[in-house]
Design a protein. Structure first.
Length: 118
């Protein structure tokens, strides 16, 4: 069986070559274990049926793209300040923003990188 070709790490801006998707420095499993503690909150009816749809109805366009004079439909509801399981931050409508998937992934990657540095 042939080996997979080496490709750049999937982490935004990283150019280290790997055949695993992410280089050892940017493997997301480490942070996923932490977020798994509160990821169940996203399955609650309050999030799924109330908070998320309300946010997308109130703000249907990506907030970050709008700052760059682009009009892109939002598909993700993001917590401005990471809640990390804090119920008050999780349910606070003022802590929510609508983003496109690209902007959300970029923001999340930056937050994960900052968390790794801390």
């Amino acid at each position: 069986m042939a080996n997979k070709p080496m490709r750049p790490c999937r982490y935004p801006g990283c150019r280290q070559l790997t055949n695993q998707g992410y280089c050892p420095q940017h493997k997301p499993q480490k942070n996923r274990k932490q977020s798994a503690q509160w990821h169940w909150l996203y399955d609650l009816p309050l999030w799924r049926d109330v908070l998320r749809p309300r946010q997308l109805l109130q703000e249907p366009w990506c907030r970050q793209c709008a700052k760059e004079d682009r009009r892109v439909q939002a598909t993700v509801v993001d917590h401005i300040r990471p809640h990390r399981g804090d119920w008050a931050l999780f349910t606070d409508p003022d802590n929510l923003q609508s983003l496109c998937k690209s902007c959300h992934d970029r923001k999340t990657a930056q937050e994960m990188q900052q968390q790794l540095r801390a």
